[in-house]
Design a protein around this ligand. Sequence first.
Ligand code: MN3
Length: 211
Amino acid sequence: MSFTLPDLPFARDALGDFMSAETFDYHHGKHHKAYVDKLNAAVADKGLSGSLSDIIRQAKADGDKAVFNNSAQHWNHSFFWQCLAPPEGQTPEGKLAQLIANGFGGIDAMLARLKEEAVGHFSNGWAWLVLDRDELRITSLHDADTPVVYEGMKPLLTLDVWEHAYYIDYRNERPRFAESVLGNVINWEFVAQNLDGEGVSRADQEALEHA
Ligand code: MN3
């Protein structure tokens, strides 16, 4: 039984200088792939079964840090790629725009708050926009930790703030990375879709049986 590295939902060079093909070669092709490979080795070794989200939750309950870290990072990255889209001047619309206006006063204020969370997050982790009951909330989680294991955190949008996410294109400048990516290459249609509370399922995966 094994999990697979999902293809990027766009060409490797589609985000231009905001996130370069070289970054995707490393971040998707090497970092994300390594989490999948390590997860598959653990799945085989320990005879684990179930969907990716099942394995994440079980590893959390069992305190199995190695399986949790690799499975959660596989899910986090699979979700993150879908949060991105080529720069075409996209902005939130409809119900999402309304919720952002209600919760933060508008898109600029929301993005400033999300950037602040991303930049202020100490060391490795992920900044999140989540749906908590009927309200938008901004938070961040450390290392591989993931909304998959938390009630009241329906994932809408994430930004990877591990240094491997930005070092090639932005060197050590996390603030410039956060501002640039959040302001230009977010897939707001995907974010809006997740208002149905089913965001976890969009990066979930059933393991494939194979010889
Ligand atoms: Mn990463």
